[in-house]
Design a binder for this molecule. Structure first.
Ligand SMILES: Cc1cc2nc3c(=O)[nH]c(=O)nc-3n(C[C@H](O)[C@H](O)[C@H](O)COP(=O)(O)O)c2cc1C
Length: 217
């Protein structure tokens, strides 16, 4: 029987042990969603794990749930991730990034909020959904989700493309982070609000048929 400290091959990855760090949102990026030196320190400290799966990272500026959660859709965000990944590699680690679109679990805090883009446009149970934002005293506060609207086919295609662009951005550092698509359901399971079926509450499964998403190589 293999033990926790024996090597493991996953696809192209050769992990020196079987300890895989689960994605954990820490909200330590800037308000512009640029990864910070504190995040680099956090991941470098954990470089001895077989694989780190770094926190949910937004692929688009719309449909965003958490203030200070990182993004990977602007050049400063991409550059900061590249620097962070290089630091983890220099410390002997392996790191994957969880790519994230918040769907309807989102809050637009601007004066003229745009609806979150979701697969279903179901909003009847929005009070079951909590999103988090930076409050006036620098503490995180619970916010109401912005009502969402169902994506049209063009928006679904644009979202698929955005996942592809984010996956390519992950590869910016040579031999860099590996993209891992993140279903919003997983975030719900983190216990933030959604009960046993997660944030979506098992009630949003009406879907217009749409192209399936797969991360680009
Ligand atoms: C503070 C915190 C942040 C989390 N952030 C993420 C995240 O970014 N992405 C994700 O898929 N899961 C996230 N989770 C869920 C954890 O990855 C999950 O709790 C872990 O995999 C253990 O699984 P379990 O809660 O089912 O035991 C988070 C959990 C916590 C407590």
């Amino acid at each position: 029987m293999s033990d926790l400290f024996s090597p493991l091959g996953i696809g192209d990855l050769a992990l020196p042990n079987r300890i895989i760090m689960a994605p954990l949102t820490r909200s330590r990026a800037t308000l512009e969603r640029v990864p910070t030196p504190m995040m680099t320190e956090h991941y470098v400290q954990r470089a001895s794990a077989g694989l780190i799966i770094a926190e949910a990272t937004n692929i688009v500026p719309q449909s965003i749930a958490w203030d200070c959660a990182p993004g990977i859709f602007t050049p400063p965000q991409i550059d900061a991730w590249a620097k962070l990944v290089r630091a983890v590699h220099a410390a002997g680690g392996r790191i994957a990034l969880q790519l994230w679109h918040g769907g309807r679990v989102a809050c637009d805090r601007s004066a003229d909020p745009r609806p979150a883009l979701s697969p279903s446009g179901v909003n009847e149970n929005l009070d079951a959904i909590t999103v988090w934002g930076l409050g006036p005293e620098g503490k995180f506060i619970k916010l109401n989700a912005t009502p969402s609207r169902e994506m049209n086919l063009e928006e679904v295609r644009a979202t698929v493309k955005a996942f592809g662009a984010a996956a390519r951005a992950c590869r910016k550092p040579r031999n860099g982070a590996m993209p891992v698509p993140a279903p919003t359901m997983t975030i719900g399971r983190a216990g933030s609000s959604g009960g046993k079926n997660g944030m979506l509450g098992g009630r949003t499964k009406h879907a217009t048929s749409a192209p399936s998403a797969s991360p680009a190589r």
